[in-house]
Design a binder for this molecule. Sequence first.
Ligand code: AHM
Ligand code: MG
Length: 342
Amino acid sequence: MPIVKTSKLITIERHITEEGAMHPDATGEFSHLLRDFTLAMRILARDVRRAGLNDVLGQTDGTNIHGERVKRLDIHANDVIFRAMDHGGHLCVMASEEADGMIAIPDEYRKGKYVLVFDPLDGSSNIDVNVTIGTIFSIYKRVDPSLNTPGTLEDCLQHGWKQVAAGYAMYGSSTQLVYSSGNGVDVFTFDPTIGEFLLTYEKIRIPKRGKIYSVNSGNAHKWPQGVRDYVTHLLKPSDDGIRPYSLRYVGTMVADIHRTLHYGGIFMYPGDTSMPDGKLRLVYEVNPMAFLIEQAGGRASDGVKRVLDIKPTSLHQHIPCFMGSEEDVLEVEEFLRAASSE
Ligand code: AHM
Ligand code: MG
């Protein structure tokens, strides 16, 4: 198992500050931005845990026992992140899966040099049934960091390889924050009794090959031939015991990628006949996860090319996604190539 539990007792804030100190030109702005963001994660960890009690599950338009208007949990998550991040002076613009267009920083606040894009609550189909959900985020530098003006669409639509940091919070049996600023992937676990995220695993590495595949097989009849051939192959026993693979699918990308980062294997959401570019969004979901997967030594592709090399053309653009252990992703690419050349 390539994952080693750390013996250090260190909070995420301290860790981020130490990482920042390694850059001679660091101003501390980035550390402050992340401190604000982890506040939002702390609040959401609490609210997800209390969701059933607070009555914020489901699509309700009623009021709770305090007479407050009840919001869906994903809208609530969007609001919490906005309120934590709009006034810090570090961001010039945000974009969220829950908003149609860009989210401007209010006029009264300073515009900083960073851009935040996020999926406030990933795994919406699992919200109402107490199954793991999460928050996914990416941070970019604005295209022209010397400006002190509102960010633009161009700032939000940068290549994935330009991410300065990315991560996700996973609200499961415990809340974990998995994070990379381009220096490997670290895992922090939230201790609600002290209100801190503590470093749990340092520099995790995804196995070169796994034994698990993760995909919504209900769409198999609509998949391209190459994907069908690949899955048939995974299920065929091999003499060396590598196959058959096991199937695991939560239906929350955060949870499925989290398992893939730890155990290896492959996570896929291919295009199909009804959704040619698949379901997942390049900017909010696929790019941040691709960044983490690569930082852990894995591979992330749209079936043909590296995800992080794709220039987004719109905020809510979808993209087919194959990510996980390097050998597994190379193998599916091989199957897709073979099927398309037939
Ligand atoms: P969401 O952001 O609305 O929750 O949608 C994204 C989710 C992913 O977390 C997950 O991988 C996928 O949708 C599951 O889709 P499906 O139910 O089609 O398998
Ligand atoms: Mg999502």
